[in-house]
Design a protein around this ligand. Structure first.
Ligand code: SF4
Length: 894
């Protein structure tokens, strides 16, 4: 397809760390459409379900468009003056460590740079930390321990060039879908390529795995320490690389050798046979990439896990070579950009070290700053503890929602509520965090803002604006710089464009950098606005003339194939690790709760929750439980379950599945008080952190589960979002034309007509109702002329109404009384089969349709695609389609 350059803007997806290129187009009628950028080297035109639905998330409903002070509208001048004067006064009275910024991997690099500069160089504190602490801090710590720098050695291309990919704690199919698709496509071309999945759950990613190691939670340190010992015992080491480029190997091997295979089996829950097969596959495959993400990082042993993996790659010399290396993939779109500017409490800027006096002096001199933070600041968990105990008296939260996403979230909410001065910059007027702010500052959103982001393979890409700035929203960098100027730092924050900030950031990276620092984009120090606008995606370090192009025609850089690490002796450090097995379960909390993400939602749903398409795949908070555990705890499929930990409890839908490991539960972290009655998952997690990285252990929480005894269940569709829902359990999700609502009640003593009136407008409507009090069945529908305004279905058990059909009725014309009564009957007419739960969000294809197609002879994902179109756009559902085909095959064979 020809690109209409005049109207299509090249930008970058704002969700995950894959960092896909997006082409966004605004039609003459204002309609926005997006497609994958075929020229972007992260995705080559692909987009996943979230990226494909970006156009559905940019509406202005719910946006914060004007500054507010204490719930009242204010001018920008008033709001900025108040923020600047309160921060200045707090610093003057209580010192620089009495203030803090809690920022986000959603910020662009330019925003991040300015925030870090203000806090570390001008306030003189390092109390700036980020939600990236929850995402990949353990990878940063592991990189720095081993390499002396936070360097990702490899590139995405390595995934395609490898002969073995080991995926550790990484559900790529749902969390980094385009990387999953690149691997799946490479495997189709080279079926001899092997994939091993190391994960307690049999996630959707298992469909491309030759081997699934259903490891015990936190068994990874033992697994990779055992692998190091195996490599030593089986003469599978690269002695030349170890000698020339590393230190500490002897101690690391000695520590690893303390664990025999039986010990590894006990610590991992894997059989010796499984371990032997995996270890020998790893040992004999030169081109091996180990990919890891949150399953490794979000652990009280996260840094040791990272180093246990890196140890194995150093020992085999498999690092920084085409098709070989350890590979941390980040959750957030700009976690890497944040790391580059030093936007974490224990980093400086441009990958310099806060503990190093020479680095501190250099950065201070470059910034011409009055101060420089002399020690690391408070990491996220400790930062909110300091807010709670009053050490931090003024807090500025930017582009993140800690009330939902921090561990021990109820305590974090209480701390924010009690803090004397809280500023929140956000795009939404109502989130669980924004509601507690004294000052709310409206920020520009994706599509309106301009800057750069860095993806997991160190590739810097532009996010470009293609929409007008609404209301009085302003870019984050502008807001921070305005506050800095009002605090008296005019000259240092005189930037007028993000291009100027990027140029300064680039200049700092190259400043007195004689090759002793990995991050160097100094070649871009001179960019002007025009260069910046035209900036094509590039990997750091900035390419030097003559860098050879890859087969795909892009410049690509790797680190460490020939050593040259960033330690004082330029050698990588092996870390001696002795695995420990932690038992957290007790008789009261006998199960291990693992928290994570789903395919079609992102973080706390502030963006994806706006999209009907994305809300249909999974419309409720849920908990996965193994059938044996479900039976033991009296839980049936689709029951409402109460999951409890010593911190709190949530009510979520039970999903009984053998994909879940026995003894463990899995629940997603996306639902907030905006979308469900009681499903804030991080109210369950504790503030236990990794001792090196400070990253919270969000995947290993002792929990209990019991059935919530509901006497009545309900389902509703409504054109307007209900203001209140007086039910013990509720969950709302967008659908085309309105909202769908799941409900459950502990009693059946409810006036259902009045309840329907609380969900949708019945006062001036034609109301049709069916009540069978004996059977506990009630159905109430309200019409505004020929249009349905809402329908409520009540039953003593889970409501057997097709959700997809009911939601569609909001957009249909119900001209005749007979059509209107069909709603109250709760069923589609003849010839309208129930599509079932949505599998393919792009073409709205349900599980029942795919099952029927399989029964009719469609035996492959491609044939299903040709028949139903499912899986033919973004491809995110292809693993689920494959699973449905396999399940039906098994059923047919039984
Ligand atoms: S994989 Fe999906 S969410 Fe991630 S950057 Fe690409 S399109 Fe966006």
């Amino acid at each position: 397809m020809e690109i209409d350059e005049a109207r299509e803007v090249r930008t970058t997806c704002p969700y995950c760390g894959v960092g896909c290129g997006v082409l966004a187009k605004v039609a003459a009628d204002g309609q926005v459409s997006v497609r994958g950028d075929p020229d972007h080297p992260a995705n080559f035109g692909r987009l996943c379900s979230k990226g494909s639905a970006l156009a559905e998330t940019i509406g202005l409903d719910g946006r914060l468009l004007h500054p507010q002070i204490h719930d009242h509208g204010s001018s920008w001048d008033e709001a900025l003056d108040l923020v600047a004067s309160t921060f200045s006064q707090t610093i003057a009275e209580h010192g620089p460590d009495a203030v803090a910024f809690y920022v986000s991997g959603q910020l662009l690099t330019e925003d991040y740079y300015v925030a870090n500069k203000l806090m570390k160089g001008f306030v003189g504190s390092a109390n700036i930390d980020t939600n990236s602490r929850l995402c990949m801090a353990s990878s940063v710590a592991g990189h720095r321990r081993a390499f002396g720098s936070d360097t990702v050695p490899g590139t995405y291309e390595d995934l395609e060039l490898s002969d073995l990919i080991v995926l550790v704690g990484s559900n790529l199919a749902w969390c980094h879908p385009v990387l999953y698709q690149r691997i799946a496509a490479a495997r189709e071309k080279r079926p001899e390529m092997k994939v091993v999945l190391v994960d307690p759950r049999r996630t959707m990613t298992s469909d491309i795995a030759d081997m699934h190691l259903a490891i015990a939670p936190d068994g990874d340190v033992a697994l990779f320490t055992g692998l190091l010992a195996w490599l030593g015992q089986h003469n599978a080491l690269d002695r030349a690389y170890i000698t020339a480029h590393t230190s500490g190997f002897g101690q690391a091997l000695f520590a690893a050798s303390a664990l025999n295979l039986a010990g590894v089996a006990a610590a991992t829950g894997l059989s010796e046979d499984e371990l032997g097969r995996f270890y020998s596959l790893f040992a004999r495959t030169e081109k091996t990439v180990t990919v890891y993400s949150q399953g490794v990082n979000q652990s009280s042993q996260g840094t040791d896990k990272v180093n246990a993996i890196i140890n194995c790659h150093l020992a085999t010399g498999r690092i920084g070579k085409p098709g070989a290396g350890p590979f941390s993939v980040t959750g957030q779109p700009n976690a890497m950009g944040g790391r580059e500017v030093g936007g974490m409490a224990n980093m400086l800027a441009a990958h310099m070290e806060i503990e190093n006096p020479e680095h501190r002096e250099r950065v201070q001199r470059f910034w011409n700053a009055p101060a420089i933070a002399g020690k690391p600041g408070l990491k996220a968990v400790d930062m909110f503890k300091a807010v709670a105990d009053g050490r931090i008296k003024a807090l500025w939260i930017m582009a993140t929602n800690p009330v939902d996403s921090m561990p021990d979230a109820a305590a974090v909410e209480a701390a924010i509520k009690a803090c004397p001065f809280v500023v929140v910059s956000d795009v939404l007027a109502e989130t669980d965090t924004v509601r507690h702010a004294h000052v709310r500052l409206p920020a520009t959103a994706w599509g309106e803002k301009d800057g750069t982001v860095t993806n997991s393979e160190r590739r810097i890409s532009r996010q470009r604006a293609f929409l007008p700035v609404p209301g009085e929203a302003r870019p984050d960098w502008w807001i921070i710089a305005e506050v800095a100027r009002r605090m008296g730092f005019d000259e240092a924050f005189a930037h007028e464009t993000p291009a100027e900030i990027f140029a300064e950031h680039a200049a700092l990276s190259g400043f007195e950098n004689d090759g002793a620092r990995d991050f160097d984009i100094g070649a871009y120090a001179g960019v002007d606005r025009e260069d910046y606008d035209a900036l094509a995606p590039f990997q750091w370090p900035a390419p030097s003339p003559g860098t050879p192009l890859t087969p795909t025609g892009h410049q690509s850089t790797r680190f460490f194939a020939n050593g040259n690490f960033y330690t004082p002796d330029r050698k990588a450090r092996f870390i001696a690790i002795r695995p420990t097995v932690e038992t957290r379960i007790t008789s009261d909390f006998p199960l291990i709760l693992n928290t994570g993400r789903i395919r079609d939602h992102w973080h706390t749903m502030t963006r994806t929750g706006k999209s009907p398409r994305l809300s249909q795949h999974i419309a409720e908070p849920f908990v996965e439980i193994h059938p044996v555990d479900a039976q033991h705890h009296g839980i049936g499929d689709a029951d409402i379950a109460r999951v409890s930990t010593p911190r709190g409890e949530v009510l979520v839908r039970a999903l009984v599945t053998t994909r879940q490991r026995q003894g463990s539960l899995f629940a997603p972290m996306h639902w907030t008080d905006q979308f469900a009655a009681r499903a804030r998952l991080d109210t369950l997690t504790a503030s236990l952190t990794d001792p090196v990285s400070g990253q919270p252990a969000l995947k290993h929480v002792a929990a209990s589960i019991e059935k919530f005894t509901a006497r009545t269940f309900g389902f509703a569709v409504t054109r307007k979002r209900p203001a209140t829902m007086a039910a013990d359990y509720w969950a709302v999700a967008r659908c085309r034309g309105g909202w769908r609502v799941e409900l459950a009640f502990a009693n059946d003593d409810v006036d259902w007509t009045a309840f329907a009136g609380s969900l949708f407008d019945t006062a001036d409507a034609e109301v049709l109702a069916y009540h069978d009090r004996e059977a506990g069945q009630h159905r109430i529908a309200a019409f505004d002329g020929e249009h349905l305004t809402g329908a409520l279905f009540i039953a003593p058990g889970p409501v057997a109404v097709s959700r997809g059909w009911a939601a569609e009725q909001l957009g249909e014309v119900h001209a005749s009384q007979r059509q209107r009564f069909r709603i109250v009957a709760g069923r589609a007419g003849a010839g309208r089969p129930d599509a079932g739960a949505t599998v393919c969000s792009c073409f709205n294809v349900g599980v029942n349709q795919i099952t029927a197609a399989v029964a009719a002879g469609c035996a492959t994902v491609d044939v299903i695609g040709a028949t139903l179109k499912a899986g033919t756009n973004c491809g995110s559902c292809r693993s689920e389609i494959r699973a449905i085909i396999a399940a039906n095959r098994i059923q047919a064979a039984e």
